[in-house]
Design a protein around this ligand. Structure first.
Ligand SMILES: [Zn+2]
Length: 537
């Protein structure tokens, strides 16, 4: 039987909101978690047809009709499968792929695989509430998990004995081994997960393809995952994506946290778009999976050394995926906490603050360069420049790459005082906005539009007629920028002098403005230092 590539239908489900699809044919109103309308499959006057955005399903409590965007489109449009997919693809703005026949043997194996993992999950869930699961239940409850969360994420307990091997004693051993749940030992089959708190790992279709087990007796490693199988590739699987995909679509971004418990807590506390890599290491495949929805990612890591390292690694991996429309940010949870603890102590507002205060990718790379290398020395600057260049080189869009280069060139000029090493006393001839200055500025503005971008706000305050004649000069971009910066410093100094004069008058009249004058003096000192540096370049 020929069927469409499953990835394509998955992507349709990921891109399209079921509420949007249904709304094209049935008016819906939101009530609580669900949307409601009059059922298109049976005659009714009061709405009993519900649509669940998060799960991507509709269900009619009147006639029992149930399904997803594809079955809805097929049934209401009286369409064949392929027709329905074509219509949905056009709604999603996606190109139809070619038909691809699938090996029926592979399909059958996947089904038995899913049957085994599904039944194992149900067993683990049951064991969590039996006496043997008491420690596991106490642990997960202690982490703030409610019964609803335990149910939704299908958390369970794998006991010490060979529960799965015994339960499936009559199944074909290859099928059991294929799921990664059991292994063959000298004395027969044994369970891979024993005495573990069990988190099922879902694929984007919501099928359980693997497990992550947490140790309960303090033994390391804290987490073990199913080793890679035909249906599970750890490097490519993002924990929580099946639950998060609609929220990612709605929020227009995803949040990536370090661990699965954090991801579940975030999803349950107003950040439905949160996911986590499996294990600590983020891979390109993880990012690729996230970028299927959109390229806006906020990474949220612990503020400690390990978190900083993880963030640096994430930045390095994300660079090839960055587009001019991407919004990539880095948030840090400080104070030795993780998102889970922040949510517990400060609630979602505290978390929202951290996410909203995230550092933009451009700034984050710049901070990294300045933190990891001693940029007050020529060697450190060279190392930092090499680091930045290597990261920028990964960007695929050439125009964007140039924009990054320009941005960092300006920061290097403004923030790395490379001239301060060869200090010599030179007096600065400050320009004033006379006819010569005006002509020079017009020349600069016409020759170096990037400087206008950077100093436009300042130049606008000068009230100059930029349409007038330009001076006939030959100035390189660095000299031009120095000229503008020095003018800016001069204007600022003039303002400080005026302010100080003002305060002095007030002080003579008896006002207590000593602090204000001191602040102005400090500012003046800073401006003077900057002016000095400018002339020594
Ligand atoms: Zn109905």
């Amino acid at each position: 039987m020929a069927t469409l590539d499953r990835n394509f239908t998955d992507e349709l489900r990921m891109r399209l909101s079921i509420v949007d699809v249904v709304r094209r044919r049935v008016p819906l109103t939101r009530k609580g978690q669900n949307y409601w309308g009059c059922c298109p499959f049976h005659n009714e006057k009061t709405p009993s047809f519900s649509v669940n955005e998060e799960k991507g399903f509709y269900h009619c409590f009147g006639c029992g009709e149930h399904g997803d965007i594809i079955s809805f489109t097929m049934k209401t449009g009286n369409m064949e499968f392929r027709e329905a997919i074509t219509e949905l693809a056009s709604q999603a703005g996606m190109k139809m792929p070619d038909y691809k026949p699938r090996d029926p043997k592979v399909v059958a194996r996947e089904e038995s695989y899913i049957q085994i993992t599904e039944r194992a999950t149900a067993l683990f869930q049951q064991k969590l509430f039996e006496p043997a699961g008491a420690t596991a239940l106490a642990y997960i409850t202690g982490r703030g998990f409610t019964p609803d969360m335990i149910k939704k994420y299908r958390i369970g307990y794998a006991p010490k004995n060979n529960l799965i091997a015994n339960t499936f004693a009559n199944a074909r051993q290859e099928n059991l081994i294929a799921t990664g749940l059991c292994r063959r030992g000298d004395y027969g089959m044994y369970d891979f997960f024993r005495d573990k708190l069990m988190f099922p790992i879902f694929n984007v279709r919501g099928q359980i393809v693997a497990f992550s087990g947490r140790s309960l007796d303090g033994s390391e490693p804290k987490y073990i995952n199913t080793t890679d199988t035909e249906m599970f590739h750890k490097r490519a699987t993002v924990f929580g994506l099946n639950f998060a995909r609609d929220a990612i679509y709605r929020a227009g971004r995803s949040i990536v946290v370090e661990g699965q418990i954090d991801a579940i807590q975030m999803q349950s506390n107003g950040f439905g778009e949160t996911v986590a890599p499996l294990g600590t290491a983020l891979t390109e495949d993880h990012i690729a999976a996230l970028c299927k929805s959109n390229r806006n990612i906020t990474f949220c890591f612990d503020g400690d050394g390990a978190g900083q390292k993880a963030a640096a690694r994430a930045a390095s991996i994300v660079m090839p995926f960055v587009r001019d429309t991407s919004d990539v940010r880095f948030a840090f949870v400080t104070g030795g906490k993780d998102p889970d603890e922040v949510l517990k102590t400060g609630g979602r507002d505290a978390m929202r603050k951290i996410i909203d205060g995230a550092t933009d990718l451009t700034d984050f790379l710049w901070e990294l360069a300045n933190k990891n290398y001693i940029t007050s020395t020529p060697g450190g600057q060279t190392q930092a420049e090499k680091f930045l260049s290597a990261e920028i080189a990964k960007i695929k869009d050439e125009a964007l790459r140039r924009a990054y280069e320009k941005e960092y060139a300006s920061r290097k000029f403004n923030q790395w005082s490379r001239w301060s090493r060869k200090k010599k006393e030179v007096s600065l001839q400050l320009p004033s906005v006379d006819e010569i200055t005006r002509g020079t500025l017009v020349y600069i503005v016409n020759t170096y539009p990037e400087l206008v971008e950077r100093y436009g706000d300042f130049l606008a305050t000068l009230n100059i007629d930029f349409d007038g004649p330009a001076a006939n000069l030959n100035m390189d971009t660095i000299t031009a920028e120095r000229y503008v910066v020095s003018l800016k410093l001069q204007k600022y100094m003039e303002k400080l002098v005026a302010d100080k004069k003002d305060y002095m008058t007030q002080m003579l009249a008896g006002a207590d403005v000593k602090d204000k004058i001191a602040a102005i003096d400090a500012d003046m000192e800073k401006v003077r230092a900057k002016q000095e540096m400018l002339v020594i370049i």
